[in-house]
Structures are given as C-alpha cells and as structure tokens.
Design a protein around this ligand. Structure first.
Ligand code: UD1
Length: 371
C-alpha cells in the first residue's frame, strides 16, 4: 500500500490535519504516518489539540521548536531528511504556511518525493510576512494544490501552475470546525476556564468581544503594539474584551510595559473547544489570525482583522470579515459598528461544507496510483 507522511508542527496545523486523518482512516488507504516537527511544544499550544481534536499520537516527534526562523527551519529540515531517507514515503502532505510546511516540502522535493499542499495558492502580497514567503516557496515546488477559495486558483494559474494540478476542494479547517461545533453542542462546558466569564457577561444581557494577536508585524514592535493596545482599551470601555494571549505576545506586552486596562481580561492560550465556545457567541472577534478570519466567516461571527491585507479575500468579499489595519480610529469605528448591530455576517463560501478532507483523500488516491 502507498504511504503518505502528514506533516504538522504548529498550532494552526493541527486543526487541518485532524479531518484529513479521519478521512484517511475512513478510506482505508493510503497508509499514513503523522510527523510532528515540534515547532510548537507547550502543552496548551500542542498536546491539548491532539487530545481534543482526536488526532492519534504522532508517529514521529522531531522536537525542532524554538530559535530563529533559520534555526527552526534548519533543524526541521535535517530531522525530516533523515527520516525520509531511512523510510521514504510515496508522498508528503503539508498544510498551511508555517515554517514546518516550508521545511518539509523542500526536503521532500529534493528527495524526489511528491508534495501535496493543503491550503495552497493563498497570497497576501506582503513579503514582510514570514508566512507569505513560506506559501510562495511551498507552492513553487508542490505537485498537487488543494485550494480553499477561488483566489487561490487565480494566484496559482498566474504563477504558471497547470489546471490539472489545482483542486478546489473547500477547507479542511472548516471540516474540523463543523465537526467540533457539533461535539461542543453536547458537551458540558462548565469546566472551561472561560465559562464563568461568558456566563457572567450573558447573565445580565451583556455582550463581549474576543481578541487574539500574535503576528510579528503587530506584536514585535513596541509602537505598533501600543497603538493597537490603545484602540483595544477604547473598545473595551464599551464592550468588555477577553484576550487569550499567545506566548510571543505575552512576552512582548511585558517587555514593552503595555497595560491593556481593567476591561480587557487576559488569559493563557486556550484549547480548541474552550476557545470555540468563547468566540462563537462573541459580539465581535478582533484578530490578526489567518485561520480565525475563516472560522468566523464559516459561523457568521463579525470579525475585525487588525491587518492591512489578507491572503483570504473571500472572508471579506463573502464572509463576515473587515480589514482595518492598525489605525486605532478604524479599529474603534468598526467595533462600534458591530455594537450598533451593523456588523457583517456574510455567508459561508461554496464547498466550506465539512467534506474537504474526503475530497482530498479521493484525489490523492487517484494521484498516487500514477506515481
Ligand atoms: C507560528 C506560525 C504562524 C502561526 C502561529 C500560530 C511561522 C512562521 N509562524 O508563529 O504562522 O499563525 O504559529 O501560533 O511558522 N513559543 C512558546 N511555546 C510554544 C510555541 C512558541 O513559548 O509552544 C514561543 C517561543 O518563544 C517561540 C515563539 O513563541 O520562539 C514564536 O514561536 P514560532 O513557532 O516561531 O512562531 P509563532 O509566532 O507561534
């Protein structure tokens, strides 16, 4: 039987791998191994997701987290090359745009192993963003492109990719979201760290907003971080905000001495279920995450994206997302719109229907016959 390596390394990869694993198990072939690069390693950034999302324990854990981009990428490449030489797979599947995606696709390609890229073709046009470099390099050498939105097809065609290699399949992250939302509906949520906060807000008819920030462009620069923090304080005076803080952001808030004030509740990174339970009922989500722009669109929750661009334009064209950049006036104005009931709800894009992983597995089986 043909053998596939599934690569996962950082938090946003885990939600994308989970439905692919389920679809592979249901299909019965090809055989697969889960390779964890170790890019994310803290319990709340890693283990929690494997447990909650029902992903089997990784077959290989490479422990290549931490360090600069070059150090991290290099460590992953060396470890993955060794693995592929000892036990070569018939294909490697990478997801998203993190350093693990880039590192493993380069290694596979140089060993003449075909690469499947899930979430291919997205482009922000912003080369200062590490993920944009990762996307472009990965797509430039991948063999099969599994695309989440029409802009991905256009971008890949413009870069000369043949139509026969481009497959618009929908979005595995939405597969995972719909699956987990179904489970959440029958779950006792009283044990979540956030349940008291949510209940207290809702008990007196109050609303709340959810914040996430971790992009280097927003949180690594003291002036930008302070500017965004000021806008969030202003929003929080009218709508209490809750902010699960990524380790990178936590460190920088402390380093820059930024105080977000009494109306923003800071908590640690949350597991998938607790976080979903929190944001699905929020009045608004203020974020710089890529995945959350899509997840809010899938459930019709208003999203204000604190970035100048997005590689996921469908969330703005059809979904519930608005781009506001880092200008405090725009952040506050957009949040106020939501409070007036003028927030965007949008609609769920075509093929974001919970079946993307099944389509990917069907296509991979056909492609692998030819390799
Ligand atoms: C990475 C991805 C980003 C994704 C994000 C989600 C790249 C280029 N970036 O960014 O696309 O949106 O994950 O979180 O791959 N850290 C810990 N514990 C952990 C993980 C990280 O303390 O479990 C700290 C470390 O100090 C680390 C820093 O966070 O150096 C940054 O981690 P890294 O994986 O390099 O990038 P992220 O900012 O998490």
């Amino acid at each position: 039987m043909k053998k596939l390596y599934l690569v996962a390394g950082a938090r946003p990869n885990f939600m994308k791998i989970a439905p692919i694993v389920r679809a592979l198990q249901a299909h019965g072939e090809p055989a697969f191994r889960i390779i964890h690069t170790g890019q994310h390693y803290d319990r709340e950034m890693n283990d929690v997701f494997f447990e909650e999302l029902g992903i089997p324990k990784p077959d290989v854990f490479m422990g290549a987290g931490g360090g600069s981009h070059a150090q991290q990428t290099a460590k992953i490449m060396v470890a993955f090359e060794e693995l592929c030489q000892v036990e070569p797979p018939d294909a490697v599947l990478v997801v998203g745009d993190v350093n693990s995606t880039l590192a493993c696709s380069i290694v596979a390609k140089k060993l003449n192993i075909p690469v499947a890229h899930v979430e291919a073709g997205l482009r922000s046009g912003d080369m200062s963003m590490p993920e944009e470099v990762n996307r472009i390099v990965t797509d430039s050498i991948s063999d099969w492109f599994f695309v989440t939105e029409p802009s991905g097809i256009v971008n890949l065609r413009n870069e000369g990719k043949p139509d026969s290699a481009i497959h618009y399949v929908g979005h595995v992250m939405v597969d995972n979201l719909l699956y987990q939302a179904g489970k959440l509906a029958n779950m006792d949520t009283s044990g979540f760290e956030t349940s008291e906060y949510k209940a207290a807000r809702q008990a007196n008819g109050g609303r709340y907003g959810v914040v996430t920030l971790h992009r280097p462009a927003n949180v690594d620069n003291a002036e930008v971080m302070a500017r965004i923090g000021g806008a969030l304080r202003e929003v929080a005076a009218e709508l209490p905000l809750i902010f699960p803080v990524h380790p990178r952001t936590r460190g920088n808030l402390e380093k820059f001495g930024i105080d977000l004030g009494p109306d923003i509740t800071l908590i640690g990174p949350q597991g998938y279920m607790a976080f979903l339970d929190l944001w699905k009922d929020a009045a608004v989500v203020l974020t710089d995450s890529g995945g959350l722009q899509e997840e809010t669109t899938a459930l019709g929750v208003s999203c204000v994206t604190i970035r100048d661009n997005t590689e996921r334009p469908i969330t703005v064209e059809e979904g519930s997302n608005v781009l506001v950049g880092t200008d405090p006036a725009r952040i506050v104005a957009e949040a106020r719109k939501v409070l007036r009931g003028e927030g965007r709800r949008g609609q769920r894009p075509r093929l974001w229907d919970g079946k993307a992983a099944e389509r990917i597995v069907e296509l991979l089986v056909q492609e692998l016959v030819r390799t």
